[in-house]
Design a protein around this ligand. Structure first.
Ligand SMILES: [Zn+2]
Length: 179
């Protein structure tokens, strides 16, 4: 990956008001559809999953009310890479504009590409829950890395992959609530 950092900001109504070059390049490298038209749109158009939205709204409210910042690790994996990142979310002095700055901490090539993480893979009706924060998957009540999920679900035997449902695992839930 060539993008090491990206940032964006939202106004008091959660609309995207500033996007840097890193954002656009990252979006392009990761196949985010329509990223070129992101400016002015609601941040929530880009957050998948009800639970995820709820938690992030809570976090943003606290950051604004207390006019402060938080730093959190998160994962932004691709089919071929495992990517550890860190995001800083900070309110400006008014507490209304919030700036998000993400940077790459570590990136590792996978031994095998993981089609589960490829948005272009064909999907069936079955739903598999993925943690939107740490990119792990829930299989039989346990949260596991993508390689482990693919092995346990015997995905190599299947013609189509399960569709993804974005949620939050208990570990990330706790760290977001404590941030
Ligand atoms: Zn998680």
């Amino acid at each position: 990956m060539t993008v090491e950092a990206l940032s964006y900001a939202i106004d008091d109504e959660d609309h995207l008001i500033r996007l840097d070059q890193g954002f656009y390049r990252f979006a392009e490298e990761n196949g985010w559809d329509g990223a070129g038209d992101s400016l002015g749109r609601s941040l929530w158009d880009f957050v998948a999953g009800h639970e995820v939205k709820k938690l992030q709204r809570l976090l943003l409210r606290r950051i604004r009310d207390e006019v402060r910042s938080v730093e959190l690790p998160f994962r932004c994996d691709g089919p071929e890479v495992r990517r550890e990142m860190e995001i800083r979310i900070a309110a400006d002095k008014s507490g209304r504009v919030v700036m998000f700055s993400a940077r790459l901490v570590d990136e590792e090539e996978r031994d095998e590409p993981q089609p589960l993480l490829d948005p272009a893979s064909p999907r069936g009706e079955e739903l598999l829950t993925m943690c939107a924060w740490c990119d792990r998957f829930e299989v039989g009540g346990e949260w596991v890395e993508v390689e482990e999920a693919a092995a346990r679900l015997e995905l190599f035997r299947r013609d189509e992959l399960p569709a993804l449902d974005h949620g939050i695992c208990p570990r990330c839930n706790e760290s977001l609530l404590a941030a």
